[in-house]
Ligand binder design. Structure first.
Ligand SMILES: Cc1cc2nc3c(=O)[nH]c(=O)nc-3n(C[C@H](O)[C@H](O)[C@H](O)COP(=O)(O)OP(=O)(O)OC[C@H]3O[C@@H](n4cnc5c(N)ncnc54)[C@H](O)[C@@H]3O)c2cc1C
Length: 380
């Protein structure tokens, strides 16, 4: 069994690392403090090809597969310290571009995909509601068809990219009380009559990724903007979650790799007194744990990516990857902070931000508890 990347995949990963180091690390501490999204960073990423990795060439993308996505994102994570920007791009690609590509009509693809790949347009995925977080299919937003359009009513919360988005992927009930089978999915444009975008929501981490609530007050959406069939929203959402859970943490492999290297150097050089801290078994063991979690995370992400490349169903593998890698990522950030001692707690060392950013990973795309529910329901 050969698990190595091809030469081209390795090259793409290396050029992503080089690009990220050169272009994406300006004033991250200040932008994190202010909660500033970098539109120029977004455009630089699009010019590099990030938003278009999975987009066919005929719509202006690179036409590459999920394994390339994982490899390139690993390189980006190794080089880029702006986790919020990369989180925003992942949400845009995995929960917005992918469903349009997989379920949109040719007309919808031509209208939206080129702009989404080129960086001109930003997309946001709106599923979560104040009263239906983990129980996603209990949502209350409704969509009622009238002639050639739908009227949407309800609200959404925790919508990543909402303050800056041009296009929203919105899930609503077209058949009330029918849960999974009563949902439909719509592409809603910024400025649609009856669409309200709330104030930016302040977050603990991922602060450079903007987030807001959405309100729909008889929001008028053309019937042609229904994504997939009416009633297919549940299937569409679970397929988009499979892509997201499999790939959203690929860049964290790069982050974990970078943190491990930094910690190794620190453990060898930091001598409070006469002894390097790496000579203490308690510190050395933390490094061993970090390496173990990095390597197991790599296997899980690349297995999920390989399955998506082969267009195979991967509900179990993507939930396993999401659960395991998010917890490993958080644990590795905690280890790094502990290894750096008091310095790790200080903003200047940029580890406290890594930990704040990492903590969200066990919440978004379904919490760790929900991943365990999915995994056990498949097993039982
Ligand atoms: C940084 C960030 C970005 C996000 N971006 C988006 C986005 O772009 N679009 C979007 O639609 N949503 C987004 N979300 C929302 C995210 O998907 C939800 O926060 C998540 O699904 C959990 O919902 P909740 O917060 O309402 O928690 P709740 O559902 O209220 O859960 C609270 C606690 O109870 C546990 N729990 C709930 N139900 C069960 C159960 N059945 N079994 C076991 N435990 C359970 C949960 O695991 C959690 O620990 C984002 C969230 C975060 C943190």
């Amino acid at each position: 069994m050969d698990l190595s990347l091809t030469d081209q995949q390795e090259e793409s990963k290396t050029s992503a690392l080089d690009f990220a180091r050169r272009k994406l690390n300006d004033s991250v501490i200040e932008r994190d403090r202010a909660g500033d999204f970098s539109r120029s960073g977004w455009q630089d990423c699009a010019d590099f090809g990030l938003q278009g990795i999975l987009v066919p060439e005929k719509y202006g993308g690179l036409g590459l597969d999920a394994l390339y996505y994982a490899a390139i994102m690993e390189g980006i994570g190794r080089g880029c310290k702006d986790n919020g920007l990369i989180f925003s791009i992942n949400a845009h690609v995995l929960t917005c571009i992918i469903p349009i590509l997989l379920h949109g009509t040719e007309e919808l693809k031509k209208r939206y995909i080129p702009g989404l790949a080129s960086g001109e347009l930003i997309a946001a995925n709106a599923m979560t509601e104040p009263d239906s977080g983990s129980d996603v299919y209990a949502l209350r937003t409704t969509a009622v068809k009238e002639d050639d359009h739908y009227l949407l009513n309800g609200s959404k919360t925790f919508v990543t990219n909402a303050p800056v988005a041009d296009v929203f992927i919105v899930y609503a009930a077209t058949k009330k009380g029918a849960g999974f089978f009563g949902l439909s999915c719509f592409i809603v444009e910024k400025g649609s009559p009856g669409l309200l975008v709330g104030q930016k929501i302040e977050k603990m981490g991922l602060r450079t990724s903007p987030m807001a609530e959405l309100g729909f007050n008889n929001c008028r959406v053309p019937a042609a903007n229904l994504l997939g069939e009416e009633g297919a929203g549940g299937i569409l959402f679970s397929s988009s979650m499979e892509w997201e859970r499999g790939l959203i943490l690929a860049h964290c492999l790069g982050v974990m790799d970078r943190l491990l290297d930094d910690c190794l150097e620190y453990a060898n050089t930091r001598k409070p007194g006469s002894q390097a801290i790496g000579s203490h078994q308690s510190i050395a063991h933390k490094l061993a744990e970090m390496k173990m979690r990095l390597e197991t995370s790599r296997l899980m992400i690349y297995k999920a990516a390989w399955l998506k490349t082969k267009r195979k169903s991967a509900a179990l593998e993507t939930s396993l990857a999401k659960l395991s890698v998010s917890e490993s990522y958080i644990d590795n950030c905690r280890n790094a902070l502990q290894i750096y001692g008091g310095y790790g707690y200080m903003v200047e060392y940029e580890l406290e931000r890594e930990l704040r950013d990492a903590l969200a990973s066990s919440l978004y795309s379904g919490t760790s508890e929900i991943q365990k529910n999915i995994i056990s329901s498949i097993l039982l």
